[in-house]
Design a protein around this ligand. Sequence first.
Ligand SMILES: Cc1cc2nc3c(=O)[nH]c(=O)nc-3n(C[C@H](O)[C@H](O)[C@H](O)COP(=O)(O)OP(=O)(O)OC[C@H]3O[C@@H](n4cnc5c(N)ncnc54)[C@H](O)[C@@H]3O)c2cc1C
Length: 429
Amino acid sequence: MVVLAGLNLGAVTALAVHGVTSAGPGTAGLLTWAGRTAGLFAETLVVAQVLLAARLPTLERSVGQDTLMRWHRSLGQLTLAVVLVHPLLLAAGYGGARVGGFFVQSWTLSTTYLSAAGGFLLIVTAAGLSVRTARRRLRYETWYAVHLTTYAAIFLAFGHQLSAGHDLSGSPIIAAWWKGQLVVAAGCLILFRVGLPLFRSLRHQLRVISVVAESPDVVSVHIGGRRLDALACDGGQFFVWRFLHPRGWWEAHPYSLSAAPSGDRLRITVRMVGDGTRQLAQLRPGTRIIAEGPYGVFTDARRTTRKVLLIGAGIGITPIRALLADLPLDVDVTLLHRVSDPAEAVLVEEIRALIEERGATARLIAGPRGDVHDPDRPLSPGHLRSLVPDVARRDVYLCGPPGFCWSTADALARLEVPADRIHHESFAM
Ligand SMILES: Cc1cc2nc3c(=O)[nH]c(=O)nc-3n(C[C@H](O)[C@H](O)[C@H](O)COP(=O)(O)OP(=O)(O)OC[C@H]3O[C@@H](n4cnc5c(N)ncnc54)[C@H](O)[C@@H]3O)c2cc1C
């Protein structure tokens, strides 16, 4: 994957360098060349973005969703910048860098390449809505729907590169390679985000067995199916679940397994925080499910030592519970369960049973969050050291809301836990 990306980038750079020779004279020529080059890089970056979001199993298994989505977000900013400057530079170049010329050329370009202009607007809208402040004000589903339109935008914008693209139209080999990269990206997306989940769901016949209330606002959904061992999922992983019931089949939400998978059963445990999660309480036995996954690297496979510290905050205890059952019995485990209020803690009895079975140690840490700068706040470096004096020699798995994950990871780094031994799953994408 990295080699292919490198080769692609090399090829685009070669095209760009070759383009200099045919650029027109003066500043206008330079601007036109820069605009064309930006167009080439924009499409290459967009293809990389699609591949990062395509849930390629090899990528997913090696770095995990969290990291892939972080790369997708960071690369998104660069992609947006390059997509933005492409038409601006071209308009400036074609207009001979004169102000009046720039506006006339902008209009001419947008009306000549209508589909590309449409694609451009869709990409800019989706990227604008992904900016943190805008994103916070939107429902997840609205943001996601707009984000999906960028796939249409890519195809709208792509056509004009082959028909009008100065650097591509000259050679059938280059045009074939250009088409090829888009076909590969679209193929991966359809195969891994649509085909594979559908195939697996049909093969395993996933269905709701029962819904059990764990507390007033938390439910466990027990899921049955055929040959679930073939899904090869581990404790600590998650799926993106789509429950096929009339009031919410169009929504898919990520939930971690809350018990290590056993034979023909899976279980998720969910805190009801909004529309999607609240619907789970009303699921009827027999409801069909389409599940995308298993995803995530929050598993025993990442462990490097025989000592483990598990930390779950709030509903973040769910993958910790599944992971605890998956860890070999000779692993020395300490578990910290962080909650604001003891009444909020779920799965307590089963965690206690698993802890007793392996002679391990567990602590429930209740109380308000505390100021991040307060050295005496719960799970501050000092507090962690007093609870787990050998923390620096352990693999640490932590799961919870993003703020909790970042502040605890920071405390662990201060206690000199090496970065490759801090494994976290944040309940936000
Ligand atoms: C990898 C992962 C594993 C998770 N595992 C669990 C779990 O085991 N138990 C549990 O209770 N919660 C879990 N969550 C959180 C859970 O996915 C959200 O609480 C749920 O999607 C909220 O949906 P809603 O419609 O009820 O709430 P809303 O009010 O619509 O949203 C509440 C919050 O959840 C986010 N959100 C909403 N829908 C999605 C979605 N489809 N994908 C990602 N984020 C979304 C919103 O941006 C918002 O921040 C997990 C999240 C992730 C990313």
